[in-house]
Design a protein around this ligand. Structure first.
Ligand code: NAD
Ligand code: TYD
Length: 353
């Protein structure tokens, strides 16, 4: 008899895999059911260290398929908590294919909300639908100010518009059906197992293989970076102590101009590879700016700190060193992800069963 049965969606992705790992290892009395469609961004190799644990179950499934979602909720009737991370997550891809983002991020979320509502209909006690969102819903800041939980939504990319819409649906289920929900909006994450299309892993790999580093615009955009394990801990705290119906902003108190961050990456990778300091700066290549590129994101995470006692543990320099080391030591993971070999691994592991 488990104390909690948590459905985690998108658990084979970057952040999701860290969240699954934390809960499976730290809470043997919780059953963790990881529901993931294994898109290009989902990778079961991210979870090899927990896949044989008795409190962990993997289910392959698409959140856009309502019948499937309903059948999963029927099979695992004891699910009392949903941590919803599954999403299309890359802004550049959303510019190319906005429909996919609307489908997965909006309709997929609506399917989960509806299925949870149906399952919990008569008993909402000790239930929680926890929706994981992004600071990008708030739009773009100038050099001053921070996003707080009351900042008006002003998304600019199809990605952030789809996440904003999903946040609104989550809140509407709280207001309309009293579904117990909580939302957190987090800043940019970095760390191990991030798909090498996002800035930090892409640039680490390109520096290693002496490829150009495509800096959008002038490289002056600002992001607030948080180590992924600190995000997973924030999710743990909010799940246990967050107030129903509330939103919590999660951030690193750690703003970097892209070009300055890129120079730190170059310095760190060059140091580990024994190259002369700054040798790879020649790889910096300024390219056409991203369409609708938000200038600055910066989170005020003081509500989470003051009300629930969370704050980031890892200093940025240490986090970057750990991340660079991880990518240098896991080049096989990188080439498998890029080559799609992990899909073969999945087929061998699950499809024949
Ligand atoms: P990711 O792209 O690495 O992983 C997404 C996961 O969702 C993958 O495992 C993928 O297979 C799965 N998925 C995609 N479509 C699916 C579908 N239709 N059905 C089931 N599974 C599906 O994303 P990430 O960076 O780990 O982000 C996870 C969540 O956190 C997202 O909701 C994202 O919006 C949010 N977020 C991300 C960041 C960040 O910096 N990466 C910051 C704040 C919030
Ligand atoms: P990214 O990792 O895509 O996260 P997001 O767009 O969600 O913030 O990008 C981080 C920043 O880096 C963003 O300002 C865009 C910029 N960027 C580049 O300059 N070049 C690149 O190749 C990528 C992927 C991002």
């Amino acid at each position: 008899m488990y104390k909690k049965q948590i459905l985690i969606t998108g658990g084979a992705g970057f952040i999701g895999s860290h969240v699954v790992r934390l809960f499976v290892n730290k809470y043997p009395d919780y059953h963790i059911i990881n529901l993931d469609a294994l898109t290009y961004a989902g990778n079961l190799n991210n979870l090899k260290d927990v896949e044989s644990k008795s409190n962990y179950t993997f289910v392959k499934g698409d959140i856009c398929d309502f019948d499937l979602i309903r059948s999963i909720f029927e099979k695992y009737k004891e699910i009392d908590t949903v941590i919803h991370l599954a999403a299309e997550s890359h802004v550049d891809r959303s510019i190319k294919d906005p429909f996919l983002f609307a489908k997965t991020n909006i309709l997929g979320t609506l399917n989960l909300l509806e299925a949870a509502k149906n399952l919990w209909n008569n008993n909402l006690k000790n239930k929680l639908f926890y929706h994981i969102s992004t600071d990008e819903v708030y739009g773009s800041l100038s050099d001053e100010g921070f996003f707080t939980e009351t900042t008006a939504y002003d998304p600019h990319s199809p990605y952030s518009a789809s996440k904003a819409s999903s946040d609104h649906f989550v809140r509407s289920f709280y207001d309309t059906y009293k579904l117990p929900v909580v939302i957190s909006n987090c800043s940019n994450n970095y760390g191990s197992y991030q798909f090498p299309e996002k800035l930090i892993p892409l640039f680490i790999n390109n520096i290693c293989s002496n490829k150009e580093l495509p800096v959008y615009g002038k490289g002056e955009n600002v992001r607030d970076w948080l180590y992924v394990e600190d995000h997973a801990r924030a999710i743990e705290v909010i799940l246990h102590k967050g107030k129903i119906g509330e939103t919590y902003n999660i951030g690193g108190f750690n703003e970097w101009k892209n070009i300055d961050l890129i120079k730190v990456l170059i310095k760190t990778v060059d140091k580990f590879l024994g190259r002369e300091e700054g040798a790879s700066e020649k790889l910096i290549t300024y390219v056409k700016d991203r369409a609708g590129h938000d200038y600055r994101y910066a989170i005020d995470a003081s509500k989470l700190k003051e009300e629930l006692g969370w704050q980031p543990l890892l200093q940025f320099e240490e986090g970057i060193e750990k991340t660079v080391k991880w990518y240098l030591n896991n080049d096989e993971w990188v080439s498998n992800v890029v080559n799609g070999d992990y899909k073969k691994y999945y087929q061998e592991m699950y499809e024949d069963k």
